[in-house]
Write a protein that binds this ligand. Sequence first.
Ligand SMILES: [Zn+2]
Ligand SMILES: [Zn+2]
Length: 249
Amino acid sequence: MWIKTIYQGCLDLLFPPRCGICQIYLEAGNRKTLCPDCLSRVRSLQEPVCLSCGIEVYSAGTGQPLCGECLRKPPPFDFARSLFRYDDDIRLLISRLKYNKDMSVLPCLSELIQQSELTLFASCDYYVPVPLHRKRLRQRGFNQALWLTRLCFGKHNPRIAPAVLQRTINSVPQVTLNGRERRKSLKKAFICSTKIDISGASVCLVDDVYTTGTTVSECSRALLAGGAERVVVLTLARVAVPHRGRGGS
Ligand SMILES: [Zn+2]
Ligand SMILES: [Zn+2]
């Protein structure tokens, strides 16, 4: 144990730890990956949230809040929740991971996720990341949603099952499309694998960013068609107002 401590101390001297967002030097030895300023800027979603899709809502009284979108068109999943607002810092971390393959953001995301409440998802039978098409996976080399699933639910959790869902259509990046175009491009883009029986299962679908909910809705439909009894959705971040910025779907 003390050898590990000395080794870590030497590493801190040689490579002083820096904040994963603003890069200022951090106090050595406290095992933090973000400085207090950056940590305080990352905002969790605040209650009340829409009970269905999880977006922050203004609730004028008692009762179960639902946003206008979910009242108009109930989503196919049981509920969705997001851990953080899709603000600049979270956008930067996700973008560095997805587009720059910068794995050094993983400890930062891990630190943030560890401060989050995930008990709503504890009893799910399967944790399924939103899949990439195999061509996109080959280009990128990894699926960021799988990394996030592992950070949220433990790297060696046997219930993490990326093989449950497959993406059969390599649709154009969702960030370039509006809501209707997203729905059209993702229609029937996902199927369930026949190798894993999810009949009657409770499935937690995991993705990086919830923008319009099109991707997780299409995945949920595929999971329900494949026999899942219920689907719940967890995303790292939530876009407050759907927009065309670079990010999620
Ligand atoms: Zn910082
Ligand atoms: Zn809603």
